[in-house]
Design a protein around this ligand. Sequence first.
Ligand code: TXA
Ligand code: MG
Length: 340
Amino acid sequence: METKLLEPIPEELQVAGEIIRAGGLVAFPTETVYGLGADALSAEAVARIFEAKGRPRFDPVIVHVASPEEAEALWSEVPPLARRLMERFWPGPLTIVLPKRDVVPDIVTAGLPTVAIRMPDHEVALGLIRAAGHPIAAPSANRFGKTSPTHHEHVLEELAGRIEAVIAAGPTPVGIESTVISLVEEPPRVLRPGGTPLELLQEVVGELRADPLQVKRGPAPSPGTMRRHYMPQTPLFLLEGGLPGDGWEELPRERCGYLGFTTAKRGFRHSEVLSGRGDLREAAARFFAALRSLDSIGVAAIVAEPVPEEGLGVAIMDRLKRASQGVARLNERSVWIKRT
Ligand code: TXA
Ligand code: MG
């Protein structure tokens, strides 16, 4: 199959909309990351998403809508809190989980009785949903287990030849996936930290549960939140303070890549800096591309510096902890790693 590259202009969005209506797959930009979209009301079309991504099993996917009304047509219950959240955060990187209606095929929710919905804050995404005339189911547009694509080039690297089209709209502004909140539980629970900071959510929700990293394998309330979900190929280690002790493995800096928050480090093969001025928003926007570039240079390990766990830093640290295989310490010449 030849993958069409479409421009983010109205005529080409119509073409993309027709592909979706015909049961095809179109990768499209949102404010967070690129999504791999299919008609959310067609089980067959959604099944093709899993095939293209090479997902070994079905995971629930997020349904993207162009208005709160469209979401209300897919949920069977819409509590007042859901309306307040939509009003405050939509369009934007907040995904809300509520009981589904029968029109939503089971494959979209992987058999769960709930469906996760969001309205993206991106004109191209909204234009595509309107052109398709149906809500669009879309996971991130990467092969299974790989990092999320924040540029159409990333999508092409992994999915060219496997999907009908990609809308080429350049980098995505937020850069980290949406925050997923479940309103099925009381109090509401954050299933995945993301582009909407928890501090802002708390202002609207009041009491809010946010689980620490789930280390359990097997069926989870939100399968995409399993540990080891966001894996670069290269082993990643989280930098901590202190000197290496017994049982640590030494690597020359030259054989490692460094992912810094505000500064690079000497001696590494390559360093990526997320934000020289320490801005977490800029850091989130660069995060996946930086990880991808460090993953592509053939180093033995990536050392990642932690970022402050506030605002979007919570989502960045969540992804780093999931990707990490252990911790790293530095001395003048070397990196010392310990697998955990
Ligand atoms: O920003 C985003 O959320 C991007 C863009 C494309 O919208 N999408 C995205 O999709 O990151 P994906 O499939 O990579 O992650 C979807 C997350 C997973 O953690 C999944 O388990 C969870 O949402 N999820 C989906 N439906 C759910 C449901 N019914 N109940 C609980 N969790 C659900
Ligand atoms: Mg994903």
